[in-house]
Design a protein around this ligand. Sequence first.
Ligand code: C6P
Length: 419
Amino acid sequence: MKTNADTVVRKEFDVEEIRAQFPILKEQVHGRPLIYFDNAATGQKPQRVIEAVGRYYATINSNVHRGVHTLSNLATEAQEAAREAVRRHINAKHAHEVIFTAGTTASLNLAAHSLGQLLLKPGDEVLISAMEHHANIVPWQLACERHGATLKVMPVTDSGELAFPSSDHLIARSSDRTRILAITHVSNTLGTINPVKELIAQAKKRGITTVVDGAQAIAHLDVDVQDLGCDLYAFSGHKMYGPTGIGVLYGREKLLEQMPPWQSGGEMIDQVTFEKTTYAKLPFKFEAGTPHIAGIIGLGEAVRWMEDQDKAAMAAHEQVLLHHATKELLTIDGLRIIGTAKEKVGVISFIVEGVHHYDLGTLLDQQGIAVRTGHHCTQPLMDRFGVSGTTRASFAPFNTVEEVDVFVAAVKKAIKMLR
Ligand code: C6P
């Protein structure tokens, strides 16, 4: 235990205490204890989150914002408490700036459809980067096609950072026709943390609307949407200890009010006649149909769980894992890490000369180790680095240095078998 002068008592980071909260870590795979290094694909869930979802179904399952009956009111209260928890977590000004969606992909599709309709005219431009996930490329491509606009791409350096021509980063690629900047906060493939706050500040000066893909940032960084100054910020519940099928699009109130709805139906309307429909106020204008109530409640619990942890200590532990794994992997002959930015989260993508990533991933699985292989939904980035895919290990606070050592030994063993 450490005690400082303010008598704040903080426990040392205890990885075993964290591990004990994740029931899946007791599982075995091919007779070996599971080593889960695929946290960038989906995170594991603490018992508290699993129980919150079960409790909703077991005790208050009911539709929200509709019934006068007790269960409906309890479900509505639980859902709106989760919205407030998310608001607090990302420091949004208002709870109605938190739109629940099915995940980052749905959030970015909503953003591209609605902003496209609001902002894009023939000849306009949308600016993205070369390290975007397909979910932050394709919706903008489609929006550009619909409105006669052009997609522009900021390049990436050999180390996997945005290539800034000068301290005024955006100048090289933005123009007076750039209407939207859509950029990832953290790269899922490279682990790079982008300087989104600076980019947003520069975009703002030019009147460019900013959209941040926060899918990989939300579990690792303190995200403060007011401090970032972004217009829209998208993320998924399942990558931040919450359930699958639920996500968020944060939007600045004034912008959300101007944006047209995307999906339509029940819940998002004010008045419907066959002649004309008026829409519900925020956030419901963007939440058509019965929401994923259990998912929302689970996400709220995931946020509360994160708030109960020492986030700085968890982040520091992930950096220990990242640096240890990087150092050990680099001792392997013919192994190259793709993504060596100065600022990274706990993600390592690598290739090995003469070894296919798919074969390596399969042999690691035989030893109980879960990693992701392939293009990680970033094919243009793979082209940029001249590779077809990588093996990616991505860490969570419940991972240990010992697991990294087992992993590195397993990689060495697999390479021997495959070469
Ligand atoms: N990346 C990965 O293994 P969804 O699937 O909607 O929850 O998130 C999409 C998405 C968008 N942006 C980024 C930066 C992402 O990393 C992801 C999901 C997973 O890297 C699955 S492809």
